[in-house]
Design a protein around this ligand. Structure first.
Ligand code: ZN
Length: 435
């Protein structure tokens, strides 16, 4: 059973190599579950028990099922996660000729482990805007699918200290990706753009703009003798998106509260954007649902006070080869259940009440849980939890499945934990009455 849901996760990730493709994959998952797409530009007429979703700028999505009771009385139950992952993005005037080779200039997006991008079978996926026949703008997703680019390592014979000092890469001069050998009289940028145009099937003059993410074409895989582990790119945080969505789609009964999955782009770069968790997307949608189902500003604030959010983002599993990096009493292990993340300085939102509620849901789901605190001498990461709970006044807990190698191009985790997380999120959505 665990392997089954993890295989679904790996298939989901392998179809989702940019945040724009993530949202498209989520829309595919919703098909057959009676969801209606809403446009922010339209007037909304929501029904009790109605199933809806809203997409903002193609890479953030909010999916919800309207509760039977007014939200002022029953609140919202929200699972929040992010659709983006750290990596490399192609610069606008990307291609240039260097010593007989065509290279693509890249910009670092968020905080990837750059050395892991070397010697991988890299490709490109993203979003393209082009001019339509009648002069309008068409947006289309693009995915090259086959290995197109590479960042070959320097041989050890020319980098003798790499095993002692680690691989350090200049982002400007050593990170550009190799595309091809330069052909005589070829203009490198034209060459790259013609590849892009033929991939989407448009003419030379139609291309207007694009955003392209670099990804690893290697598919997800199980590892370990009993398939107890799995590896893929983007586990942070597509594993949480997938778990939240599986839990939301697991039932079709009526509920008092409005149930919601809110998945945001731009978490890895601080969330401050039109579609980020620190932007207006979630407040706008919550307010519109509240107003469409009842009246008044005070009712909206009552609804926020009645609501609860599980901020689901991956956690750092203990890796015994690097034991000194971990807080000795808070080593969380793969396959030992969801992790409740705690930080006194509120880099994670969890406080004693929200922790207690999550513990009860784990017990109800018969799922083990663990508590994580970061090594005190190392700066702690954060999630979308603190900014959303601060802005909206929603009680929140920060949790996630334990994983290794966060922000590597090839991350890995424990097979049991994904199922555990789905089980506890199902309890939260469909059986809890703590809101
Ligand atoms: Zn994350």
């Amino acid at each position: 059973m665990s392997a089954g849901t993890v295989q679904e996760l790996l298939d989901f990730i392998d179809a989702s190599h940019s945040p724009w493709h993530v949202v498209k994959s989520i829309e595919e998952c919703l098909r057959g579950h009676h969801f209606t797409k809403l446009e922010e530009t339209d007037q909304w007429h929501l029904q009790q028990g109605g199933r809806y979703y809203v997409v903002r700028d193609d890479s953030s999505i909010i999916v919800f099922i309207v509760g039977q009771k007014p939200s002022a009385e029953a609140g919202f139950k929200i699972v929040g996660a992010h659709t983006d992952s750290p990596g490399l993005r192609i610069k606008p005037n990307a291609a240039y000729a260097t010593d007989g080779m065509v290279r693509l200039g890249v910009e670092v997006y968020g905080g990837p482990i750059l050395a892991t991008f070397t010697d991988r079978d890299l490709s490109l996926a993203g979003r393209v805007c082009y001019r339509s026949e009648n002069g309008g703008i068409v947006t289309k997703l693009v995915n090259f699918e086959h290995p197109l680019l590479r960042l070959p390592n320097l041989a050890i014979h020319m980098n003798r200290k790499v095993n002692e000092e680690g691989l350090k890469l200049s982002k400007q001069s050593e990170l550009p990706l190799l595309l091809s050998v330069l052909v005589e009289k070829q203009v490198p940028l034209d060459h790259f753009l013609s590849l892009l145009k033929s991939q989407i099937g448009i003419k030379q003059e139609q291309l207007l703009s694009w955003e392209l993410n670099v990804y690893d074409t290697q598919k997800g895989a199980f590892w370990g003798n009993d398939q107890e582990f799995y590896a893929d790119s983007q586990l942070d945080n597509l594993a949480s998106c997938h778990a939240g969505l599986k839990a939301l789609l697991a039932n079709s009964e009526a509920t008092d509260s409005t149930l919601m999955c809110a998945f945001f782009d731009h978490e890895e770069i601080g969330s401050e954007s039109v579609k980020g968790a620190d932007g207006s997307f979630l407040p706008d949608i919550l307010e519109r649902i509240a107003l469409a189902t009842e009246t008044g500003k005070e009712d909206f604030q009552r609804a926020m006070a009645k609501s609860f959010m599980i901020s689901a983002d991956m956690a750092h599993a203990y890796q015994p080869n690097f034991s000194s990096a971990y807080e000795p009493e808070h080593r969380v292990m793969v396959n030992k259940g969801p992790v409740i993340k705690v930080n006194a300085n509120h880099r994670y939102t969890s406080e004693s009440v929200s922790q207690a509620m999550f513990v009860l849901w784990c017990e109800q789901a018969e799922v083990p849980y663990q508590k994580y605190s970061h090594h005190s001498d190392i700066p702690c990461g954060s999630t979308i939890g603190p900014m959303i709970s601060a802005r909206l006044g929603i009680r929140t807990v920060d949790v996630g499945c334990p994983m290794w190698a966060m922000h590597s191009i090839r991350e890995s985790a424990g097979t049991l934990d994904h199922d555990y997380m789905i089980k506890v999120l199902k309890i939260f959505f469909w059986e809890s009455n703590n809101c």
